[in-house]
Design a protein around this ligand. Structure first.
Ligand SMILES: [Zn+2]
Length: 89
């Protein structure tokens, strides 16, 4: 497998302690994501996928690489058990 550009930095979620990395978005903001890649289908599904180049796309996460049409990261906020805390206003 070809080695992609190293992620900007490894970090840790301050809420749950999970390891996360930051992907620099096109907007210049850094988005915390889970460090493992996910495979997804580009079908405009409900999952939001953060691509390594900072683009966000929608699709459906699949576990079978044979079905995958791309890969990327998932926002940590989507899976963090403390996500409600983040969303609270
Ligand atoms: Zn977390």
């Amino acid at each position: 497998m070809r080695r992609e550009k190293a992620p900007d930095k490894f970090s840790q979620c301050r809420k749950c302690g999970a390891r996360i990395i930051f992907v620099r978005m096109k907007s210049g903001k850094s988005m915390p994501v889970n460090p493992n890649f996910v495979n997804f289908r580009r079908d405009g599904g409900k999952d939001r996928i953060v691509l390594a180049n900072g683009e966000v796309t929608s699709g459906t996460i699949v576990t079978d690489p044979g079905e995958a049409q791309g890969f990327g990261y998932v926002s940590h906020f989507a899976t963090c058990e403390y996500a409600q805390t983040f969303r609270r206003k």
